[in-house]
Design a protein around this ligand. Structure first.
Ligand SMILES: [Zn+2]
Length: 275
């Protein structure tokens, strides 16, 4: 019994990343640390939860800038609009075509069929329903446990593929209040996955404390105007799946909460670049 306790304790100390690290700036454990001249972590491999939206595309660029090998994963769970799944193919193709140094690091793309999540979700993302705020205070786009399931499935794929980090675009700054996007939820999940797999499984959330304007700024820092242009034209955010109206901030209906957030963020970002 005592031996088991010691083994688990050592597992936490040596293999599980600290609960209290700030994700974007985390250092690898001492033994694994191997920094390039730029001080970036170069030897580790990441799996990016990549939906084809603005946030996950920025996260993909962030990971490609830091990791020596990056793979992508998405989930098909009967979303009302498959626009995002189409957009992600285009984004991946353009990253390969326009960013040669990133293309060399960009590996396999995985799409998992999670039809069962659609079966157990009665939400505005999977059913033809109007987006409203429920009594709980959450919008009707909330798919219960979605991120918990996504990360858990992603960790299984990462384990098989020899990838030790999962990167996601979750954010607490100007999000819809989804409890499974919260930093503490994901840190707890990181510990649970690392223990459950008996292998390190770091959860990276580079956008966690950024607002939408800062997310645009991060994209600019990572990939300059070509990445800004790619995100504007090819990524998708609109809840209604509108790909016919092009605005300065990208395609969308311009009315739904996702479009509103994206528009406001882009306007704030534009003001900072004009200043
Ligand atoms: Zn919209």
């Amino acid at each position: 019994m005592l031996k088991q306790h010691v083994r688990i304790t050592l597992g936490i100390d040596k293999q599980t990343p600290s609960l209290f690290h700030s994700s974007p700036f985390r250092m690898a454990p001492l033994k694994q640390r191997h920094l390039s001249k730029m001080g970036k972590i170069m030897e580790r491999k990441a799996l990016v939860l990549f939906s084809g939206g603005q946030d996950s595309t920025t996260c993909l660029a962030w990971a490609l800038d830091r990791y020596s090998h990056v793979e992508t994963i998405s989930f098909d769970y009967g979303q009302r609009h498959s626009v995002e799944l189409e957009c992600r193919k285009v984004v991946l193709g353009q990253i390969r075509a326009k960013f040669p140094s990133w293309a060399a690091r960009l590996g396999a793309d995985h799409i998992l069929d999670l039809a069962s999540l659609g079966q157990i979700s009665d939400t505005a993302l999977t059913q033809e329903q109007e987006i409203v705020f429920e009594k709980s205070g959450l919008p009707s786009t909330f798919v219960p446990a979605r991120n918990l399931l996504f990360f858990t499935y992603a960790s299984a794929v990462a384990y098989r593929r020899g990838l030790t980090a999962l990167v996601g675009g979750m954010c607490e700054t100007d999000y819809s209040g989804y409890p499974d996007c919260r930093d503490n939820t994901l840190k707890a999940l990181q510990v649970a996955m690392s223990l459950g797999l008996d292998a390190p499984m770091v959860v990276e959330t580079p956008l966690m404390w950024l607002d939408k304007a800062q997310t645009w700024k991060l994209a600019e820092q990572l990939g300059g105007q070509p990445l800004i242009d790619l995100i504007r034209a090819e990524t998708h955010t609109c809840y209604l799946g509108d790909r016919t109206h092009l605005h300065s901030w990208g395609y969308g209906c311009g009315e739904c909460p996702a479009c509103e957030l994206r528009r406001n963020g882009h306007e704030a970002y534009t003001r900072t670049t004009a200043a």
